[in-house]
Design a protein around this ligand. Sequence first.
Ligand code: PEP
Length: 253
Amino acid sequence: MRKAIIAGNWKLNKTSREAMTLVEELKREVLDVEGVDIVVCPPFTALGDVSEVVLDTNIALGAQNVYWQDSGAFTGEVSAPMLKDLGVRYVIVGHSERRQYFGETNETVNKRLRAALSHGLTPIVCVGENLAEREANRTFDVIKDHCGGSLANLTTDEMKKIVLAYEPVWAIGTGKTATPEQAQEVHTYIRQLLGKLFDSEVAQSIRIQYGGSVTPENIVALIAKSDIDGALVGGASLKAPSFAAIVKSARKN
Ligand code: PEP
């Protein structure tokens, strides 16, 4: 049985002070929750403060990106050792907003996730089609390209340490969720693909989150699907009650 994992992607929101207020409230709301991995991904500037608030709790800290070099003349970047030093355990790589607005490619996603793995961080690797691609019936081609490219040359042991997030771009921040059936169809496809690219143990053990306008209302039907192992949550992770409600509904039976 794969343990569910719910991660909140706070994107470009919350000052350090606001982030601490949010995570203090969340901490109280999810105090007794077991059986679900809970991750919050504040902006870089709030990681240090949030790290102290979540110390010795059931909430793990994640970052929203990582650079592939450890140090050097790379102005504006943040490295895996720097994140580790702050108590970060997870890092989102290849989010569609990074691919769309910041020139992220499968190659750079691959470099970032390798850097994360080599420093013991768990990458949450995002894949997913945009609206035009879905309407042109190219969803599976895009998933194949994102998985094949982003996960290139990883060993099966490395793959087992990764979390994947299927995020249809047309559902992110739009209020338009994929139906549980649409999401399950793609998750099943991803698992089959991983069976071919790696092996059946990887395919069965890897956790695949769904992301795209997840709410306390729609998580129940999504998580009930056999290949959906959690959610990557944007908007609804910015308020403690809604994120906590999603977490509480996410236990797999
Ligand atoms: C995301 O940022 O990964 C996301 C899925 O956002 P939202 O939940 O707001 O659609």
